[in-house]
Design a protein. Sequence first.
Length: 133
Amino acid sequence: LSVGLGYLYNGLEFDYSSHGAKVSYDIGVHSIYTTVQVSKNIVVVTPFAGARFMVSSQNVDWSWDLGTGNAATRDSGSCSSDGYDFGNLQTQLYAGCGLNLVVFQATFTVMADVAHAGDSKLFSGALSFRFKM
């Protein structure tokens, strides 16, 4: 059994201009989470399962201008959350299996967003390979 705490930052800055037209986006998402996981080493295989509980705070700034000189063809603004919304806790369930060899490790994981799995089929997966020295 393992328990962990973490912080994630996801950001995106996008700027593009061509022939006088411009678009710009700046997005930042801050997330804090806790994870509970169980796993068992069986020779060279490690199956695992766990749950992650996450809250996020985000900020988005944007602007665009089509370059026509007309006020109707440009806009800018921003929106942000009011801090972390602990009433909107995001729960993720995950499971997978790791293959542990002497200098090589491979892991396969599948995840489901509990709140949205039935509605939008929000599932994801990961496959990773690592060399150990």
